[in-house]
Design a protein around this ligand. Structure first.
Ligand SMILES: Cc1cc2nc3c(=O)[nH]c(=O)nc-3n(C[C@H](O)[C@H](O)[C@H](O)COP(=O)(O)OP(=O)(O)OC[C@H]3O[C@@H](n4cnc5c(N)ncnc54)[C@H](O)[C@@H]3O)c2cc1C
Length: 301
């Protein structure tokens, strides 16, 4: 199917994009990588009267280190993040970027578009939650920065106001003896995960888990933060038993729906498995081990 007719505007600066969106009112919608928006338009499930293209705004795809933070421009493509040596210093970010869909989608899709879309099946929000990431936005009233935990308010719903644009995502470089891992379980590469787990932890003396953040993807209307699972490990030694306890608590916190990606019961069992694996890999990385992790597939296509 082809989309309903729409006007196309090419923004050359962020300020121009904000002005165009404000002038267009509810008619205008931003175009980033188009990997969510264009399929929805082609299916006629989205019907914007006009698109404001961010692809020609200089500087929006930069990936820089500044004041102990990694700053990722909203238009940074998943593939650029996957290839970035700076991003690789926070392995959970690399796990996420490298596993999204296939190379076609990764070459076009952007981190800003993913966060703004707030798709409960998307990978970035869960990962960014465990890192306490900040979202920098620009709109007609100027600039504001908020934690990603405040930014996403519901499925496909964010704090973005009319004509407001995600400009950048900021992540603090984790302290020493920290490690993270993102495990997403999928039917095959080009589909969203059935369940995923992001874990970022910091070890103290004697292999005690000094701090831990866990977020579950695809098993709720937004990413689920399983508080009891975090409590099962925080301040305790990282052992087979404490990992089991955390995985059980994460499974209890999941709120999956049955759908084409599996039944709710199947997804709960998946949550337990991916949380266990993500904690184990995060702890090994925190101890200095190099471990490959990322998306796991039922089948490769
Ligand atoms: C076949 C397929 C498989 C996929 N699998 C996965 C997967 O496994 N995991 C995963 O995480 N994602 C997956 N995706 C989605 C992909 O990650 C997209 O990159 C993402 O959904 C949206 O990013 P985009 O840049 O393409 O945004 P667009 O599609 O261009 O925009 C999405 C929405 O966000 C708005 N928007 C875009 N940029 C901004 C901005 N800077 N500020 C404010 N609003 C903005 C747009 O107006 C639109 O409403 C998949 C997509 C496809 C087509």
């Amino acid at each position: 199917m082809s989309p309903y007719p729409f006007h196309y505007h090419r923004a050359h600066t962020l300020a121009e994009a904000v002005t165009l969106l404000a002038q267009l009112g509810g008619e205008g919608q931003l175009l980033a990588g188009g990997q969510s928006l264009i399929p929805l338009m082609k299916l006629r499930l989205a019907r914007p009267g006009a698109l404001v293209d961010l692809n020609f705004v200089p500087g929006l795809s930069a990936i820089d280190e500044h004041s102990g933070e990694i700053r990722m421009g909203a238009m940074a493509r998943h593939a650029a993040l996957e290839d970035s040596e700076l991003v690789a210093r926070v392995p959970i970010l690399h796990d996420c970027a490298a596993g999204i869909a296939d190379s076609q989608v990764r070459n076009m899709g952007t981190i800003g578009g993913s966060v703004a879309e707030a798709d409960p099946s998307g990978d970035w929000v869960a990962v960014l939650l465990t890192l306490g990431a900040q979202v920098r936005c620009t709109g007609p009233q100027g600039e504001r920065i908020m934690p990603v935990s405040d930014f996403v308010t519901d499925a496909y719903t964010t704090m973005l106001g009319p004509a407001e644009i995600v400009q950048e995502i900021r992540v603090k470089l984790p302290p020493a003896k920290s490690g993270g891992a993102f495990i997403a379980f999928k039917r095959c590469a080009s589909v969203y995960a059935s369940a995923s787990a992001a874990v970022q932890l910091t070890l103290g003396d004697g292999d005690i888990c000094r701090d831990i953040h866990i977020a579950l993807g695809c098993v709720g209307l937004t990413a689920v933060v399983p508080i009891a699972a975090q409590d099962a490990l925080r301040g305790k030694p990282v052992s087979a038993k404490s990992i089991e306890n955390a995985a059980d608590a994460a499974m209890a916190a999941a709120e999956p729906q049955s759908d084409m990606r599996g039944s709710a019961d199947y997804k709960r069992v998946l949550v337990r498995a991916v949380v266990k694996r993500a904690i184990d890999i995060a702890a090994r990385r925190a101890r200095g081990e190099r471990v490959e992790a990322g998306h796991e597939y039922v089948a490769r296509v």
